[in-house]
Design a binder for this molecule. Structure first.
Ligand code: AMP
Ligand code: ZN
Length: 432
Protein backbone atom coordinates (compact mmCIF):
# COMPACT_ATOMS: atom_id res chain seq x y z
CA UNK A 1 0.00 0.00 0.00
CA UNK A 2 2.97 2.31 0.60
CA UNK A 3 5.89 2.89 -1.72
CA UNK A 4 8.09 3.74 1.24
CA UNK A 5 6.11 3.22 4.44
CA UNK A 6 8.72 4.56 6.81
CA UNK A 7 8.89 7.95 5.18
CA UNK A 8 5.21 8.24 4.22
CA UNK A 9 3.99 7.51 7.76
CA UNK A 10 6.91 9.13 9.62
CA UNK A 11 5.87 10.66 12.96
CA UNK A 12 5.80 14.45 12.95
CA UNK A 13 8.68 14.78 15.40
CA UNK A 14 11.02 12.67 13.28
CA UNK A 15 9.84 14.56 10.21
CA UNK A 16 10.77 17.86 11.87
CA UNK A 17 14.25 16.50 12.58
CA UNK A 18 14.66 15.26 9.04
CA UNK A 19 13.51 18.63 7.68
CA UNK A 20 15.95 20.48 9.92
CA UNK A 21 18.93 18.47 8.75
CA UNK A 22 17.93 18.67 5.10
CA UNK A 23 17.33 22.41 5.43
CA UNK A 24 20.83 22.91 6.85
CA UNK A 25 22.31 21.03 3.90
CA UNK A 26 20.11 22.98 1.48
CA UNK A 27 21.28 26.31 2.89
CA UNK A 28 24.91 25.30 2.57
CA UNK A 29 24.26 24.29 -1.01
CA UNK A 30 22.23 27.42 -1.83
CA UNK A 31 25.12 29.64 -0.69
CA UNK A 32 27.12 28.38 -3.64
CA UNK A 33 24.75 30.00 -6.11
CA UNK A 34 25.51 33.56 -7.08
CA UNK A 35 21.92 34.56 -6.24
CA UNK A 36 21.72 33.26 -2.66
CA UNK A 37 25.43 33.62 -1.98
CA UNK A 38 25.25 37.30 -2.90
CA UNK A 39 21.99 37.83 -1.06
CA UNK A 40 23.21 36.29 2.20
CA UNK A 41 26.35 38.35 2.04
CA UNK A 42 24.58 41.62 1.27
CA UNK A 43 22.01 41.15 4.02
CA UNK A 44 24.48 39.67 6.53
CA UNK A 45 22.16 36.74 7.08
CA UNK A 46 23.73 34.12 9.32
CA UNK A 47 22.23 30.83 8.10
CA UNK A 48 23.55 29.03 11.18
CA UNK A 49 20.70 30.68 13.08
CA UNK A 50 18.18 28.77 11.00
CA UNK A 51 17.81 25.51 12.88
CA UNK A 52 14.33 24.24 12.07
CA UNK A 53 11.64 24.49 9.42
CA UNK A 54 9.90 27.16 11.53
CA UNK A 55 13.00 29.36 11.22
CA UNK A 56 12.65 29.68 7.45
CA UNK A 57 10.68 32.84 8.14
CA UNK A 58 14.05 34.52 8.63
CA UNK A 59 14.89 33.85 4.99
CA UNK A 60 13.83 36.14 2.16
CA UNK A 61 11.08 34.99 -0.18
CA UNK A 62 12.01 34.00 -3.74
CA UNK A 63 9.86 34.99 -6.73
CA UNK A 64 9.55 34.11 -10.39
CA UNK A 65 10.99 37.56 -11.13
CA UNK A 66 14.13 36.60 -9.19
CA UNK A 67 14.46 33.50 -11.35
CA UNK A 68 14.04 35.58 -14.49
CA UNK A 69 16.56 38.15 -13.36
CA UNK A 70 19.09 35.45 -12.64
CA UNK A 71 18.39 33.66 -15.92
CA UNK A 72 19.95 31.33 -16.84
CA UNK A 73 22.55 30.28 -14.27
CA UNK A 74 22.27 32.62 -11.29
CA UNK A 75 20.55 30.03 -9.11
CA UNK A 76 22.90 27.23 -10.04
CA UNK A 77 24.54 25.76 -6.92
CA UNK A 78 26.86 23.24 -8.51
CA UNK A 79 29.21 23.04 -11.44
CA UNK A 80 27.60 22.72 -14.85
CA UNK A 81 29.35 19.40 -15.34
CA UNK A 82 27.15 17.87 -12.68
CA UNK A 83 23.91 18.75 -14.49
CA UNK A 84 22.07 16.10 -16.43
CA UNK A 85 18.73 17.74 -17.32
CA UNK A 86 17.03 21.05 -17.94
CA UNK A 87 13.29 21.75 -17.80
CA UNK A 88 11.17 24.84 -18.02
CA UNK A 89 7.76 26.11 -17.01
CA UNK A 90 4.95 25.63 -19.47
CA UNK A 91 5.11 29.20 -20.76
CA UNK A 92 6.97 30.07 -23.89
CA UNK A 93 10.71 29.95 -24.41
CA UNK A 94 11.33 33.68 -24.10
CA UNK A 95 9.73 34.16 -20.71
CA UNK A 96 9.96 30.68 -19.30
CA UNK A 97 11.98 30.00 -16.19
CA UNK A 98 14.50 27.19 -16.43
CA UNK A 99 15.38 24.57 -13.84
CA UNK A 100 18.49 22.41 -13.81
CA UNK A 101 18.86 18.97 -12.27
CA UNK A 102 21.76 16.80 -11.24
CA UNK A 103 21.48 13.01 -11.39
CA UNK A 104 20.56 12.89 -7.71
CA UNK A 105 17.89 15.57 -8.21
CA UNK A 106 16.32 13.47 -10.95
CA UNK A 107 16.48 10.39 -8.71
CA UNK A 108 14.74 12.22 -5.84
CA UNK A 109 12.06 13.62 -8.14
CA UNK A 110 11.50 10.23 -9.78
CA UNK A 111 11.05 8.73 -6.35
CA UNK A 112 8.38 11.29 -5.44
CA UNK A 113 6.41 10.45 -8.55
CA UNK A 114 6.75 6.71 -8.00
CA UNK A 115 5.53 7.24 -4.44
CA UNK A 116 2.61 9.37 -5.60
CA UNK A 117 1.46 7.00 -8.34
CA UNK A 118 1.91 3.91 -6.18
CA UNK A 119 -0.24 5.58 -3.53
CA UNK A 120 -3.21 5.65 -5.91
CA UNK A 121 -2.95 1.93 -6.57
CA UNK A 122 -0.74 1.84 -9.67
CA UNK A 123 1.52 -1.24 -9.83
CA UNK A 124 4.13 -2.81 -12.11
CA UNK A 125 1.40 -4.82 -13.83
CA UNK A 126 -0.18 -1.59 -15.11
CA UNK A 127 0.09 -0.04 -18.55
CA UNK A 128 0.61 3.70 -18.24
CA UNK A 129 -0.22 6.04 -21.10
CA UNK A 130 1.33 9.44 -20.54
CA UNK A 131 -0.77 11.94 -22.49
CA UNK A 132 1.20 15.03 -21.46
CA UNK A 133 3.48 17.09 -23.65
CA UNK A 134 7.01 15.72 -23.50
CA UNK A 135 10.01 17.97 -23.99
CA UNK A 136 10.85 20.92 -21.79
CA UNK A 137 7.61 20.70 -19.84
CA UNK A 138 7.81 18.59 -16.70
CA UNK A 139 4.66 16.47 -16.99
CA UNK A 140 6.12 14.25 -19.70
CA UNK A 141 9.49 13.02 -18.49
CA UNK A 142 8.66 13.48 -14.79
CA UNK A 143 5.81 10.96 -14.82
CA UNK A 144 7.60 8.82 -17.36
CA UNK A 145 10.54 8.17 -15.06
CA UNK A 146 8.31 7.63 -12.02
CA UNK A 147 6.18 5.06 -13.83
CA UNK A 148 9.25 3.20 -15.07
CA UNK A 149 10.56 3.14 -11.52
CA UNK A 150 7.36 1.40 -10.42
CA UNK A 151 8.02 -1.00 -13.27
CA UNK A 152 4.86 -0.32 -15.24
CA UNK A 153 4.84 -0.49 -19.03
CA UNK A 154 5.01 3.13 -20.19
CA UNK A 155 3.47 4.38 -23.42
CA UNK A 156 4.96 7.86 -24.01
CA UNK A 157 2.00 8.95 -26.13
CA UNK A 158 2.47 12.69 -25.60
CA UNK A 159 -0.40 15.15 -25.98
CA UNK A 160 -3.00 15.38 -28.73
CA UNK A 161 -3.99 13.11 -31.62
CA UNK A 162 -7.14 11.90 -29.89
CA UNK A 163 -8.05 9.02 -32.18
CA UNK A 164 -4.60 7.55 -31.85
CA UNK A 165 -4.77 7.92 -28.05
CA UNK A 166 -7.96 5.90 -27.99
CA UNK A 167 -6.48 3.30 -30.31
CA UNK A 168 -3.41 2.94 -28.10
CA UNK A 169 -5.60 2.51 -25.04
CA UNK A 170 -7.53 -0.27 -26.72
CA UNK A 171 -4.65 -2.06 -28.39
CA UNK A 172 -2.38 -2.15 -25.38
CA UNK A 173 -4.83 -2.39 -22.47
CA UNK A 174 -3.92 0.96 -20.94
CA UNK A 175 -5.01 0.97 -17.30
CA UNK A 176 -3.53 4.26 -16.05
CA UNK A 177 -3.37 7.63 -17.80
CA UNK A 178 -1.95 11.05 -17.08
CA UNK A 179 -4.01 13.77 -18.71
CA UNK A 180 -4.90 17.45 -18.42
CA UNK A 181 -8.52 17.68 -17.13
CA UNK A 182 -9.71 19.96 -19.94
CA UNK A 183 -8.25 17.51 -22.47
CA UNK A 184 -9.99 14.62 -20.69
CA UNK A 185 -13.28 16.43 -21.27
CA UNK A 186 -12.46 17.11 -24.90
CA UNK A 187 -11.39 13.50 -25.43
CA UNK A 188 -14.73 12.31 -24.07
CA UNK A 189 -16.43 13.85 -27.11
CA UNK A 190 -14.05 11.96 -29.41
CA UNK A 191 -14.86 8.72 -27.60
CA UNK A 192 -18.54 9.40 -28.14
CA UNK A 193 -18.06 10.34 -31.81
CA UNK A 194 -16.12 7.18 -32.53
CA UNK A 195 -18.60 4.99 -30.68
CA UNK A 196 -16.05 3.76 -28.14
CA UNK A 197 -17.24 3.49 -24.54
CA UNK A 198 -14.29 3.78 -22.17
CA UNK A 199 -16.13 1.84 -19.47
CA UNK A 200 -16.90 -1.06 -21.77
CA UNK A 201 -14.10 -0.98 -24.30
CA UNK A 202 -11.02 -0.03 -22.27
CA UNK A 203 -9.34 -1.14 -19.05
CA UNK A 204 -8.84 2.35 -17.66
CA UNK A 205 -8.96 2.42 -13.86
CA UNK A 206 -6.74 5.31 -12.70
CA UNK A 207 -6.10 8.81 -14.06
CA UNK A 208 -3.78 11.52 -12.85
CA UNK A 209 -5.37 14.90 -13.45
CA UNK A 210 -3.14 17.93 -13.17
CA UNK A 211 -1.32 20.93 -14.60
CA UNK A 212 -4.34 23.21 -14.44
CA UNK A 213 -7.05 24.19 -11.96
CA UNK A 214 -10.20 22.12 -12.00
CA UNK A 215 -13.15 21.78 -9.67
CA UNK A 216 -14.46 18.77 -7.77
CA UNK A 217 -17.47 18.86 -10.07
CA UNK A 218 -15.24 18.57 -13.12
CA UNK A 219 -13.38 15.63 -11.57
CA UNK A 220 -16.66 13.83 -10.87
CA UNK A 221 -17.83 14.44 -14.42
CA UNK A 222 -14.62 12.98 -15.83
CA UNK A 223 -14.70 9.99 -13.46
CA UNK A 224 -18.31 9.34 -14.35
CA UNK A 225 -17.64 9.30 -18.09
CA UNK A 226 -14.50 7.18 -18.06
CA UNK A 227 -15.28 4.92 -15.11
CA UNK A 228 -11.87 5.46 -13.53
CA UNK A 229 -10.69 7.18 -10.36
CA UNK A 230 -9.16 10.59 -11.09
CA UNK A 231 -6.46 11.79 -8.71
CA UNK A 232 -5.48 15.42 -8.42
CA UNK A 233 -1.79 15.99 -9.11
CA UNK A 234 -0.13 19.29 -8.23
CA UNK A 235 3.29 20.63 -8.98
CA UNK A 236 5.23 23.41 -10.63
CA UNK A 237 8.40 23.36 -12.63
CA UNK A 238 10.30 25.52 -10.12
CA UNK A 239 9.74 22.77 -7.52
CA UNK A 240 10.61 19.99 -10.07
CA UNK A 241 7.16 19.74 -11.60
CA UNK A 242 4.54 17.12 -10.71
CA UNK A 243 5.03 15.12 -7.52
CA UNK A 244 4.88 18.07 -5.11
CA UNK A 245 1.40 17.19 -3.80
CA UNK A 246 -0.84 14.30 -4.78
CA UNK A 247 -4.16 12.80 -3.77
CA UNK A 248 -4.32 9.51 -1.91
CA UNK A 249 -7.19 7.01 -2.25
CA UNK A 250 -9.24 9.08 0.23
CA UNK A 251 -9.39 11.85 -2.43
CA UNK A 252 -9.69 14.51 0.27
CA UNK A 253 -6.90 16.97 -0.48
CA UNK A 254 -3.36 16.34 -1.68
CA UNK A 255 -0.53 15.13 0.53
CA UNK A 256 2.35 17.51 0.12
CA UNK A 257 5.61 15.64 0.48
CA UNK A 258 7.17 17.33 3.47
CA UNK A 259 10.36 15.28 3.44
CA UNK A 260 11.12 17.12 0.17
CA UNK A 261 9.52 20.52 0.75
CA UNK A 262 8.95 22.91 3.63
CA UNK A 263 5.39 24.17 3.32
CA UNK A 264 4.16 27.61 4.33
CA UNK A 265 0.94 29.47 3.66
CA UNK A 266 1.37 33.23 3.64
CA UNK A 267 -0.87 36.23 3.34
CA UNK A 268 -0.17 37.32 -0.26
CA UNK A 269 -0.59 40.98 0.68
CA UNK A 270 1.65 41.19 3.72
CA UNK A 271 3.86 38.13 3.17
CA UNK A 272 3.19 37.06 6.77
CA UNK A 273 2.70 33.34 7.54
CA UNK A 274 -0.87 32.22 8.19
CA UNK A 275 -1.96 29.50 10.62
CA UNK A 276 -2.98 26.05 9.35
CA UNK A 277 -6.47 26.02 7.92
CA UNK A 278 -6.42 29.59 6.60
CA UNK A 279 -6.36 30.18 2.87
CA UNK A 280 -3.37 31.99 1.40
CA UNK A 281 -0.45 31.67 -0.97
CA UNK A 282 1.56 28.48 -0.95
CA UNK A 283 5.28 28.99 -0.36
CA UNK A 284 7.73 26.12 -0.75
CA UNK A 285 11.38 25.44 0.05
CA UNK A 286 13.16 22.56 -1.65
CA UNK A 287 14.86 20.15 0.75
CA UNK A 288 16.43 17.67 -1.62
CA UNK A 289 17.77 19.65 -4.53
CA UNK A 290 21.47 20.13 -5.07
CA UNK A 291 21.59 21.56 -8.59
CA UNK A 292 19.23 24.41 -7.96
CA UNK A 293 17.84 24.73 -4.43
CA UNK A 294 15.09 27.35 -4.11
CA UNK A 295 14.16 28.90 -0.77
CA UNK A 296 10.67 30.10 0.15
CA UNK A 297 9.36 30.15 -3.40
CA UNK A 298 6.14 32.09 -3.92
CA UNK A 299 4.01 29.77 -6.02
CA UNK A 300 1.24 32.39 -6.40
CA UNK A 301 -1.19 29.49 -5.97
CA UNK A 302 -3.96 29.89 -3.41
CA UNK A 303 -4.84 27.01 -1.10
CA UNK A 304 -4.99 26.02 2.56
CA UNK A 305 -3.70 23.23 4.75
CA UNK A 306 -6.47 20.80 5.63
CA UNK A 307 -6.72 20.18 9.35
CA UNK A 308 -6.41 16.77 10.97
CA UNK A 309 -4.76 13.50 10.04
CA UNK A 310 -5.69 11.59 6.88
CA UNK A 311 -7.36 8.18 7.35
CA UNK A 312 -4.85 6.68 4.89
CA UNK A 313 -2.16 6.81 7.57
CA UNK A 314 0.21 9.16 5.78
CA UNK A 315 1.46 11.90 8.06
CA UNK A 316 2.40 14.48 5.44
CA UNK A 317 -0.11 17.32 5.61
CA UNK A 318 -2.68 17.85 2.90
CA UNK A 319 -3.44 20.94 0.84
CA UNK A 320 -6.82 21.67 -0.59
CA UNK A 321 -7.49 21.76 -4.33
CA UNK A 322 -5.91 24.96 -5.75
CA UNK A 323 -8.42 27.81 -5.51
CA UNK A 324 -6.85 30.31 -7.85
CA UNK A 325 -3.81 32.50 -8.27
CA UNK A 326 -2.62 35.74 -6.79
CA UNK A 327 -1.41 37.00 -10.15
CA UNK A 328 -3.06 37.24 -13.55
CA UNK A 329 -1.51 34.08 -15.03
CA UNK A 330 -4.01 32.19 -17.17
CA UNK A 331 -3.75 28.47 -17.78
CA UNK A 332 -5.17 27.35 -21.07
CA UNK A 333 -4.86 23.73 -22.16
CA UNK A 334 -2.20 23.36 -19.48
CA UNK A 335 -0.10 26.19 -20.89
CA UNK A 336 0.69 29.21 -18.73
CA UNK A 337 -0.01 32.55 -20.35
CA UNK A 338 0.46 36.01 -18.86
CA UNK A 339 -1.59 38.93 -20.28
CA UNK A 340 1.64 40.93 -20.46
CA UNK A 341 2.93 38.54 -23.15
CA UNK A 342 -0.07 39.35 -25.29
CA UNK A 343 0.28 43.04 -24.59
CA UNK A 344 3.94 43.09 -25.59
CA UNK A 345 3.29 41.31 -28.85
CA UNK A 346 0.36 43.55 -29.73
CA UNK A 347 2.33 46.70 -29.08
CA UNK A 348 4.96 45.60 -31.58
CA UNK A 349 2.45 45.51 -34.42
CA UNK A 350 1.92 48.76 -36.33
CA UNK A 351 -1.77 49.49 -36.75
CA UNK A 352 -2.71 48.11 -33.35
CA UNK A 353 -4.04 50.64 -30.82
CA UNK A 354 -3.43 50.66 -27.10
CA UNK A 355 -6.45 48.88 -25.67
CA UNK A 356 -7.24 45.18 -25.82
CA UNK A 357 -9.24 42.56 -24.00
CA UNK A 358 -8.76 38.83 -23.49
CA UNK A 359 -11.78 36.58 -23.26
CA UNK A 360 -11.57 32.95 -22.21
CA UNK A 361 -14.44 30.67 -23.12
CA UNK A 362 -15.27 27.02 -23.04
CA UNK A 363 -16.86 25.98 -26.31
CA UNK A 364 -18.28 22.56 -25.69
CA UNK A 365 -15.30 21.02 -24.00
CA UNK A 366 -12.70 23.14 -25.72
CA UNK A 367 -11.10 26.13 -24.09
CA UNK A 368 -10.67 29.06 -26.40
CA UNK A 369 -8.99 32.42 -26.23
CA UNK A 370 -10.30 35.51 -27.96
CA UNK A 371 -8.38 38.74 -28.13
CA UNK A 372 -10.29 41.89 -28.96
CA UNK A 373 -7.90 44.47 -30.28
CA UNK A 374 -8.56 48.12 -30.90
CA UNK A 375 -6.96 49.31 -34.09
CA UNK A 376 -5.57 52.74 -34.78
CA UNK A 377 -7.90 55.37 -36.19
CA UNK A 378 -6.13 55.67 -39.50
CA UNK A 379 -6.61 51.96 -40.18
CA UNK A 380 -10.27 51.96 -39.42
CA UNK A 381 -12.58 52.35 -42.38
CA UNK A 382 -9.68 51.44 -44.64
CA UNK A 383 -9.31 48.63 -47.11
CA UNK A 384 -10.96 45.41 -45.92
CA UNK A 385 -8.19 43.29 -47.32
CA UNK A 386 -5.66 45.30 -45.37
CA UNK A 387 -7.69 44.81 -42.23
CA UNK A 388 -7.84 41.07 -42.78
CA UNK A 389 -4.09 40.99 -43.33
CA UNK A 390 -3.62 42.85 -40.07
CA UNK A 391 -5.91 40.42 -38.25
CA UNK A 392 -3.99 37.45 -39.61
CA UNK A 393 -0.74 39.01 -38.59
CA UNK A 394 -2.02 39.49 -35.02
CA UNK A 395 -3.14 35.83 -34.89
CA UNK A 396 0.22 34.65 -36.17
CA UNK A 397 2.33 36.84 -33.89
CA UNK A 398 0.36 35.79 -30.84
CA UNK A 399 0.37 32.12 -31.77
CA UNK A 400 4.12 32.12 -32.11
CA UNK A 401 4.48 33.49 -28.60
CA UNK A 402 1.73 31.85 -26.55
CA UNK A 403 1.65 28.55 -28.48
CA UNK A 404 -2.14 28.66 -28.74
CA UNK A 405 -4.07 29.96 -31.75
CA UNK A 406 -6.31 32.79 -30.57
CA UNK A 407 -9.45 34.16 -32.18
CA UNK A 408 -8.72 37.77 -32.96
CA UNK A 409 -11.37 40.46 -33.39
CA UNK A 410 -10.26 43.87 -34.58
CA UNK A 411 -12.50 46.53 -33.13
CA UNK A 412 -12.99 50.29 -33.52
CA UNK A 413 -10.72 52.70 -31.70
CA UNK A 414 -12.06 53.57 -28.22
CA UNK A 415 -14.74 50.89 -28.31
CA UNK A 416 -13.41 48.67 -25.50
CA UNK A 417 -14.21 49.60 -21.92
CA UNK A 418 -11.54 51.69 -20.28
CA UNK A 419 -10.85 51.05 -16.67
CA UNK A 420 -9.39 53.42 -14.17
CA UNK A 421 -6.35 52.08 -12.40
CA UNK A 422 -5.41 48.50 -13.12
CA UNK A 423 -6.98 47.46 -16.40
CA UNK A 424 -9.26 44.46 -16.37
CA UNK A 425 -7.74 42.68 -19.30
CA UNK A 426 -9.11 39.20 -18.83
CA UNK A 427 -12.68 37.96 -18.81
CA UNK A 428 -12.87 34.29 -17.92
CA UNK A 429 -16.19 32.76 -18.97
CA UNK A 430 -15.09 29.17 -18.48
CA UNK A 431 -17.56 27.30 -16.33
CA UNK A 432 -18.22 23.63 -16.00
P1 AMP B 1 4.36 24.80 -14.63
O1 AMP B 1 5.45 25.47 -13.88
O2 AMP B 1 4.33 25.16 -16.03
O3 AMP B 1 4.38 23.35 -14.35
O4 AMP B 1 2.97 25.36 -14.04
C1 AMP B 1 2.70 25.23 -12.69
C2 AMP B 1 1.37 25.86 -12.34
O5 AMP B 1 0.28 25.08 -12.88
C3 AMP B 1 1.12 25.85 -10.84
O6 AMP B 1 1.76 26.93 -10.20
C4 AMP B 1 -0.40 25.94 -10.80
O7 AMP B 1 -0.84 27.26 -10.96
C5 AMP B 1 -0.83 25.12 -12.00
N1 AMP B 1 -1.18 23.74 -11.57
C6 AMP B 1 -0.43 22.63 -11.67
N2 AMP B 1 -1.09 21.55 -11.18
C7 AMP B 1 -2.30 21.98 -10.77
C8 AMP B 1 -3.44 21.36 -10.15
N3 AMP B 1 -3.50 20.06 -9.89
N4 AMP B 1 -4.48 22.16 -9.84
C9 AMP B 1 -4.47 23.48 -10.09
N5 AMP B 1 -3.43 24.12 -10.68
C10 AMP B 1 -2.35 23.39 -11.01
ZN1 ZN C 1 -4.22 10.27 2.69
Amino acid sequence: MYWEQEIETIDRKSLAKLQASRLAATLEQAKRSSHYGGLFERTGLDTARIRSAADVEMLPLTTKEDLREQWPYGFLACSRDELVRMHSSSGTTGRATVIFHTASDIAAWTDLLARSMYMTGMRRSDVFQNMMTYGLFTGGLGFHYGAEKIGALVIPAGAGNSKRQIQLMRDFDTSVIHIIPSYALHLSTVFTETGVDPRRDTRLKIAFLGAEPHSEKMRLKIEEFYGFKGFNSYGLSEMNGPGVAFECPEQQGMHIWEDNYIVEIIDPETGKPLPDGQEGELVLTTLRREGMPILRYRTKDLTRILPGPCPCGRTHRRIERIKGRTDDMMILKGVNIFPIQIEKKLMEIPGVGTNFQIILDREGYNDSLTVKVEIKGEFFGGDLRELEALRRRVVEELRSDILITPHVDLVEPDSLPKSEGKAVRVIDNRKE
